[in-house]
Structure formats: structure tokens, C-alpha cells
Design a binder for this molecule. Structure first.
Ligand SMILES: CC(C)(COP(=O)(O)OP(=O)(O)OC[C@H]1O[C@@H](n2cnc3c(N)ncnc32)[C@H](O)[C@@H]1OP(=O)(O)O)[C@@H](O)C(=O)NCCC(=O)NCCS
Length: 178
């Protein structure tokens, strides 16, 4: 069973990525580079419309193979505020949540709202008993989102840093209850 293509999250609506969102997504990423670049390996000055289109194309392929479910986040005013996804890459029974927020919409509790909404969807899918979030130890905002969204820190794991702001220590959080 697949998750819904649209998730109503109160003040926000999460919509499965489609090519029509590419222009606004490019603007959102480009204006947020100072905040995204330290922790998102793909977020650099080279990010352009082609990169957005490619992300959306890959997201469609991954949705169709049921390996990744990526949503654009929209405010009640219809602005594209960020992205959030459920990913199967951590193995059976669990879904990893990844996200980024457009800078001018950050600090308003939006990502916490979006994480709560996709957690409930993920935990409602057959065979899924936990949702997890991994972030670098230097990424305090991401850790605050995980804690506020009802996740519990379970371990810290060393790995190679992939983005310039990373220390190489991943903090792993999980949530088991809807
Ligand atoms: C992490 C991110 C998605 C948070 O989005 P957001 O919509 O601002 O999140 P929220 O408003 O729901 O919550 C953010 C919390 O982080 C806190 N915070 C912000 N910067 C912080 C820091 N450096 N250290 C600790 N907490 C911090 C805020 O105070 C807020 O908590 P509060 O509501 O208790 O005050 C956003 O900062 C972002 O896109 N960062 C860059 C990309 C990224 O790191 N993605 C995650 C990779 S794992």
C-alpha cells in the first residue's frame, strides 16, 4: 500500500512532487542556500532549474518503485515552503524521514508539523513499525524538530561527512507510536 499523494497537515498541505513545482522549488532552494548548504550535499551555488527537474523526475521513479515518497510542502497561502520525504533505505519495517525548509518560512514550527503528519502516515502503512530521523550532530535545528515531533534519540553513529557543516557524527532518532 502506498501513502496518499496529498497529506493535509493543518496549516500546511503536503503534495507529491510534480514537474509544475520545479520553478518555485529552484527559487526556494537558491534563496535558502546559506542554511541548506551546510547540511544538504546537493545544495550548492550550482543548483538550478535542471537540478529541480531532475529531483522531481527521480522522485517520480522512486514513488513508482515504492522506495521513496517525496512531498513538496505548501503553506495555506500556496507558497512552496520546503520538502519532506519518507524513504525505505534503512531496511524493512522502518521509514526514514528527510526534510528541508525554505528559509523565510523557518522557525515557525512548520517542519515539526510536517514531520508529525508524515510520521502518522508512515506508521499507518502495512509492515512499518517505526519512523526514523538521522541528522548530523552539528544540526541543532533538525534535532529540535525530531524532539518536538515525538522522536526519541536512540544512538549516535560515525560516518563520512558529506556536506560542509557536518561533523561526521549522525544522531539517530526513532518514533514507534502514531
Ligand atoms: C531543520 C529545518 C528543517 C527546521 O525547519 P523549521 O520549519 O525551522 O523547524 P521548526 O520551526 O518546526 O523547529 C525548529 C526548531 O529548531 C530550533 N533551532 C533553530 N536553530 C537551532 C540550533 N542551531 N540549535 C538548536 N535548535 C535550533 C528552533 O528554535 C525551533 O525550536 P523551538 O520551536 O523549540 O524554538 C530547517 O532549519 C532546515 O531546512 N535546515 C537546513 C536543512 C536541514 O538541515 N535539513 C535536515 C537535514 S537532517
Amino acid at each position: 500500500m502506498l501513502p496518499p499523494e496529498t497529506i493535509d497537515a493543518g496549516d500546511l498541505v503536503l503534495r507529491r512532487w510534480v514537474p509544475e513545482f520545479a520553478d518555485e522549488a529552484t527559487e526556494a532552494v537558491r534563496e535558502s542556500l546559506p542554511e541548506l548548504a551546510p547540511f544538504m550535499p546537493w545544495a550548492s551555488g550550482a543548483y538550478d532549474l535542471e537540478a529541480s527537474r531532475d529531483f522531481i523526475k527521480r522522485s517520480a521513479e522512486k514513488w513508482d518503485t515504492a522506495t521513496e515518497f517525496n512531498y513538496a510542502i505548501f503553506t495555506a497561502d500556496g507558497d512552496l515552503a520546503g520538502s519532506i520525504g519518507l524513504m525505505t533505505r534503512r531496511g524493512p519495517g522502518r521509514l526514514e524521514i528527510g526534510y528541508w525548509m525554505r528559509t523565510r518560512f523557518a522557525g515557525r514550527g512548520h517542519m515539526t508539523t510536517a514531520v508529525r503528519a508524515v510520521s502518522e502516515v508512515g506508521l499507518g502503512l502495512p509492515g512499518i513499525d517505526r519512523v526514523v530521523i538521522l541528522h548530523d550532530a552539528a544540526n541543532g535545528a533538525s534535532g529540535a524538530v525530531a524532539a518536538k515531533a515525538g522522536f526519541t534519540e536512540i544512538e549516535r553513529v560515525a560516518r563520512e561527512p558529506e556536506a560542509p557543516g557536518e561533523t561526521g557524527l549522525d544522531v539517530v532518532w526513532e518514533r514507534k507510536e502514531r
